[in-house]
Ligand binder design. Structure first.
Ligand code: SAH
Ligand code: SF4
Ligand code: F3S
Length: 464
């Protein structure tokens, strides 16, 4: 694996951009980045916004006023793709008004040849399409297109890590910190390994440097990101794994929280659970997708663990951290899944008692093995199972929230509440509590006593 320096690669283009932009727009041009998909994409977008600022663009949230619009896309389910294509289609009108507008598509959809062909043929107003491995070349692509190059389509792969990319962070106290990229697992339903490539871990020194920068800037909640964070360091000679990395970040001075996602059960070790228990800055939250409660389906999914393995991991986590919040991802209606299999998913949900769940109906993805498997259950039937699952989870979520009433908790105030004069904060787990406050509370840790539950948890401040 190679590590490349962003400025060494792109400086030539960045330096020539401001005068080129001024000659075309005669003002400071605006750039809008529209982000779809997971936190990895959110984090990638922050870096692309950083590059755009470095080139001389001003970042805007409104595509209508932008001179450059970038779609950072997600391919994980068919629905995600359709939504993006619809929104790209709406750009045709805007480009008619602003002839110098540049439209680009990147991210996981743009890595696929089939999508590139579609954009080439049916979306002639899209100027640049580039995949996940070449995102750092955004300055080069923009420069060349603005200089009159033909439409650019680039989805070549690579196994490098690019460091020192400038970052325009969306939040002021919650920050994303990518620690690894790609996925080696090839779950049979999933497109991610095809569009993100093989696992690549950042050097721990780079991660610690970025964590320290975030903390020095006042970030209070840092989420370590990767498709499979807990296999961090595998195959590298860093001499440290994910559990050890957590301990190192925890040792950085300051009052902040560490979160991480996503963990795969097959790489979730007792060493990691011990590290979570021992590190006071690591949140008491484990997002551990199990996908299905049926061993037969887990095997077809190529998940490499059984229901029993999963449950023993949960037991080990609860033994070490009785107050831990657990969350998970579930796929309903995998090809060949019967109602009997689905009932095993329901029983696992009841047994574990997750704080919340991310549930999806199976969506066939081009090029994945599951897309070739026979799928006989109707969409309508899957919808019924899905609703049944939601109902079971709603009761569990309610019960967990009830159990929090009366507790005194430290929350990070991170939002306004649902009514005037109220603010909201996250506990060390996943619960959200509303209490009296104003904008001066945002970004601060505040201790509150949870007093009652209406449709939200409501608390009052405790003097520290
Ligand atoms: N790397 C993470 C998340 C990947 S995508 C992990 O391994 O858990 C997020 C979630 O989308 C997955 O956990 C899965 O539940 C869901 N998902 C992925 N592919 C899907 C598909 N083809 N159809 C429906 N849901 C899917
Ligand atoms: Fe997809 Fe599986 Fe990799 Fe997660 S672990 S990204 S579900 S292949
Ligand atoms: Fe979607 Fe790509 Fe993330 S497919 S879920 S944006 S890694």
């Amino acid at each position: 694996m190679k590590v490349k320096d962003f400025m060494a690669e792109q400086e030539g283009y960045i330096l020539r951009m401001p005068s080129l932009l001024f000659s075309i727009y005669n003002k400071i041009p605006k750039a809008c980045v529209m982000t779809y998909g997971c936190q990895q994409n959110v984090s990638d977008s922050e870096r692309m916004k950083g590059m755009l600022e470095k080139m001389g663009y001003e970042i805007t949230e409104e595509a209508e006023n932008a001179d450059f619009v970038l779609f950072n896309t997600c391919a994980v389910r068919g629905h995600a793709e359709d939504r993006v294509l619809g929104n790209i289609g709406a750009m045709k009108k805007l480009k008619k008004i602003n002839k110098n507008m540049i439209i680009a598509v990147c991210g996981c959809m743009a890595q696929q040849d089939i999508i590139i062909d579609k954009l080439k043929k049916s979306y002639p107003y899209v100027d640049i399409v580039f995949g996940t491995h070449v995102q750092y070349r955004l300055p080069e692509f923009l420069y060349k297109r603005l200089k009159g190059s033909p439409r650019i389509f680039e989805n070549s792969q690579g196994d490098s890590i690019i460091e020192n990319i400038p970052v325009h962070r969306d939040g002021t106290f919650k920050g994303w910190l990518p620690i690894m990229y790609g996925c080696n697992n090839f779950c049979s339903y999933c497109i991610v390994p095809y569009v993100r490539g093989r696992e690549r871990s950042r050097h721990p020194d780079e991660i610690l440097k970025e964590a320290k920068e975030l903390i020095a800037k006042g970030y209070k909640d840092i989420t370590l990101l990767g498709q499979n964070v807990n296999s961090y360091g595998a195959g590298c000679d860093f001499g440290i794994n994910f559990a050890k990395l957590l301990r190192k970040i925890n040792a950085i001075e300051g009052d902040f929280r560490i979160r991480f996602m996503t963990s795969h059960p097959k790489d979730c070790t007792t060493e990691l659970l011990d590290a979570m228990r021992d590190c006071e800055k690591v949140s008491r939250h484990l997002h551990l997708p199990f996908q299905s409660g049926s061993n037969r389906i887990l095997k077809l999914m190529n998940r490499k663990y059984t229901r029993e393995d999963y449950l023993s991991l949960i037991k080990a986590a609860k033994e070490r951290m009785p107050d831990i919040s657990l969350t998970s991802d579930i796929i309903v209606g995998f090809p060949g899944e019967t109602y009997e299999d689905f009932k095993e998913t329901l029983s696992l949900v009841k047994e574990v008692e997750f704080s919340s769940l991310f549930t999806f109906i199976f969506s066939p993805r081009n090029g994945t093995p599951a897309a070739q498997m026979e799928d006989t259950v109707s969409r309508e039937e899957k919808g019924k199972w899905f609703d049944e699952l939601l109902k079971v989870q709603e009761e569990i979520g309610d019960k967990i929230n009830d159990s929090l009433v009366g507790k005194t908790v430290r929350v990070l105030c991170d939002d306004y509440g649902r009514s005037q004069g109220k603010v909201a904060g996250h506990t060390n787990g996943t619960a959200v509590v509303e209490f009296d406050g104003d904008c001066s509370d945002l970004g601060k840790f505040i201790t509150v006593k949870i007093e009652r539950k209406s449709n939200v948890l409501e608390g009052t401040r405790i003097k520290e």
